[in-house]
Design a protein around this ligand. Structure first.
Ligand code: CTP
Length: 230
């Protein structure tokens, strides 16, 4: 199977020496890239800057901004069977990038930010992706309901949700505890190392792709996609 994975944070430049970013380490996405290769699949990893080594045999496209990740996914998603969006994409980017270093002036500084493209949300409608679509959701409350809302809005077959209010799991941790949210049911995976968890996730995603679980977009999802603003 051909698998595309997005991973890591994005960096949104403010001026030649500063950027906005987040705490994503990329560990979960890279562990999944490794696990898909181990299971005999081919992997294209599109990643923001991390300190991790790219796993052997993985095709790699490094990006910095959300706009660059959007373009790289748009160019590469044709021919892909399974797409896993594990990146922590910045939701906003500076409206203007200063050509020169911003000098300090007043006591406060206000930044104007504009929305970045929703790359996962573009997969079905903009990129015409018809394969198995997997997203991530980092939540601090109502884990299943919020993840299910994302599943419907973004036309996913599976959302891997984690509760980032639990300090032991999530962004920079080596461990994670996730809830798999499918269109018609959900399943909790117990806490584990990201490495071990990645192998379970790859097995679940490949099963889903083969149609062993409901991979059909539900009527609700179809309606939500039809009514999405263009
Ligand atoms: N995602 C993306 N492009 C973006 C933002 C998010 O591809 N510009 C993907 C992420 O890789 C992840 C999923 O969408 O798979 C997360 O969805 P999102 O709605 O952004 O969730 P949160 O980051 O939790 O944000 P919020 O709950 O505030 O909507």
């Amino acid at each position: 199977m051909h698998v595309l994975i997005t991973a890591g944070p994005t960096r949104e430049p403010l001026d030649p020496v500063r950027y906005l970013t987040n705490r994503s380490s990329g560990k979960m996405g890279y562990a999944m890239a490794h696990a898909f290769i181990h299971a005999g699949h081919s992997v294209l990893l599109i990643s923001g800057p991390t300190t991790l080594d790219v796993p052997d045999h993985v095709d790699f496209i490094p990006i910095e901004t959300a706009a660059e990740m959007h373009a790289a996914v748009a160019n590469s998603i044709g021919g892909v069977d399974i797409a896993v969006f594990a990146a922590a994409v910045a939701d906003y980017t500076p409206a203007h990038v200063a050509a020169h270093k911003i000098k300090k002036s007043g006591a406060t500084l206000t930044l104007e930010l504009v929305r970045t493209p929703d790359i996962l949300g573009a997969a079905r409608l903009e990129f015409g992706f018809a394969g198995t679509l997997v997203g991530f959701a980092a939540e601090t409350e109502n884990l299943e309901a919020n993840a299910r809302d994302k599943l419907t809005r973004k036309g996913c077959n599976l959302i891997i949700a984690n509760d980032v209010s639990k300090p032991a799991f999530g962004f920079d941790s080596d461990r994670n505890e996730v809830l798999l949210v499918y269109p018609d049911h959900h399943e909790a995976l117990p806490a584990n190392s990201k490495h071990a968890l990645a192998h379970h996730l790859v097995t679940a995603i490949v099963e889903l792709h083969k149609g062993h679980q409901s991979s059909v977009i539900s009527k609700d999802q179809e309606l939500a996609l039809i009514h999405l603003p263009q």
